[in-house]
Design a protein around this ligand. Structure first.
Ligand code: NDP
Ligand code: GDR
Length: 371
């Protein structure tokens, strides 16, 4: 009998990589996708099996974390061995604009799934993974952050995730469920959403190099993040659900980098050296030289500016994770370092915008976008 996994957030970055991993391990994968007015399955279309295919291993169900009726129905229908709760309003800055919705989807949504398992009497059959986050640490209490570091959330997103974290622990203790938190630090990839800082940067690098964009506007260049590759991190999610005892784990690389340094590394990939001048909201990034003859960028050109609209009302300044528990107990180790991550992301975005560049060169009007 094939194992069955049910994923919320299947259409997101992690959902796509985890689906690929579980299919490669012989799982039957069920995903919950939201109804949207446009197709939103681009990241998983290559994995999806047509409903008419009798051998299919991947099934999509319409649903939403804000609707417990559909969650109960889907869990009942699928009878999953494992649930990965990846669905969330996952953008920290946007959570300040939509705090109630974020609490509903990210906080109560987790409770709805746990209750679905309980209502259906699946406590002993179904294991559940909760996508917890390094945002829980928020205002720095101690570094590096580990499973025992106190939490101090700094956004409606993080506060909602704090509820989800503790309700997962509580259901494990109260009902003996195999329910675990993976406290994952930032992880990125070519599939990362376009408004998260790394992808915003790598897209801009490709477009600026190709003459499709003038400038990159960013917020806090001083924030420090422990960035890993999503492909490595979904392996950890899987391992967390395969242990003898349910436990919570920090997943991180243990290396932290400033946003400004990520910008520098990403531009270096296309042969553009950037130097920063100024401070805070006045800081700007200039081209020192461009060694790539394929790109016409003048030395001295300002290509990075700070726009305070991207500042957050309360910021998380420093994240650096201590992955020693996951290394020793799960045997987990990341395969990618930051340089490899940046290389892969910039290469993917160069390929993505090559078509736009060719259209522009052929005389088609392309709007010059600021992002
Ligand atoms: P994405 O933003 O790429 O994906 C989020 C997914 O959740 C999408 O499939 C989205 O659907 C879905 N979703 C959003 N709202 C709802 C809802 N109300 N009901 C059902 N589904 C919903 O996030 P990631 O893949 O990067 O992250 C996966 C999870 O891990 C999230 O919970 C995130 O908070 C958490 N996390 C992420 C980290 C990271 O660095 N990436 C680090 C730590 C935790 P749609 O495609 O329709 O928008
Ligand atoms: P984060 O990721 O908030 O850590 O949450 P994000 O990439 O949005 O921000 C990282 C840092 O970069 C700074 N920053 C900017 N951020 C964005 N998005 N856009 C900008 O223009 C910009 N300029 C500077 C931010 O202020 C911040 O300090 C991500 C999400 O995936 C969460 O769901 C997840 O829980 C955490 O990672 C771990």
């Amino acid at each position: 009998m094939k194992k069955k996994a049910l994923l919320t957030g299947v259409t997101g970055q992690d959902g796509a990589y985890l689906t690929e991993l579980l299919l490669s391990k012989g799982y039957e994968v069920h995903g919950i996708k939201r109804r949207s007015s446009l197709f939103n399955t681009e990241r998983i279309d290559h994995l999806y099996h047509d409903p008419h295919d009798t051998e299919r291993n991947m099934v999509l169900h319409f649903g939403d974390l804000s609707d417990s009726t559909n969650l109960i129905r889907i869990v009942q229908q699928v009878q999953p061995d494992e649930i990965y709760n990846l669905g969330a309003m996952s953008h920290v800055k946007v959570s300040f604009d939509t705090p109630e919705y974020t609490a509903n989807a990210d906080g109560i949504g987790t409770l709805r799934l746990l209750e679905a398992i309980r209502i259906l009497g699946l406590e002993k059959k179904t294991r559940i993974y909760q996508a917890s986050t390094s945002e829980l640490y928020g205002l720095v209490q101690a570094v590096p952050q580990s499973e025992t570091t106190p939490f101090y959330p700094r956004s409606p997103y993080a506060v909602a995730k704090l509820y989800a974290y503790w309700i997962t622990v509580n259901y494990r203790e109260a009902y003996g469920m195999y329910a675990c938190n993976g406290i994952l630090f930032n992880h990125e990839s070519p599939l990362r959403g376009e408004t998260f800082v790394t992808r915003k940067i790598t897209r801009a690098v490709a477009k600026i190099a190709m003459g499709l964009q003038d400038k990159l506007f960013l917020g806090n260049l001083d924030a420090q993040r422990d960035w890993g590759h999503a492909k490595d991190y979904v392996e950890a999610m899987y391992l967390i659900l395969q242990q003898d005892q349910p436990e919570d784990f920090v997943i991180a690389t243990g290396v932290t980098t400033r946003v400004r340094e990520f910008v520098r590394l990403a531009f270096a990939e296309v042969g553009i050296e950037v130097a920063f001048k100024g401070d805070g909201a006045d800081e700007k990034g200039y081209v020192v030289y461009c060694s790539n003859p394929d790109f016409q960028i003048e030395p001295g050109k300002e290509i990075v500016s700070v726009d305070p609209r991207y500042f957050r009302p309360t910021e998380v300044e420093l994240l650096i994770g201590d992955p020693s528990k996951s290394t020793s107990k799960l045997g987990w180790k990341p395969k990618y370092n930051l340089q490899q991550l940046v290389e892969e992301m910039v290469a993917a975005d160069l390929e993505l915008f090559q078509k736009e560049r060719l259209l522009k060169e052929a005389g088609y009007a392309i709007k010059n976008q600021f992002e």
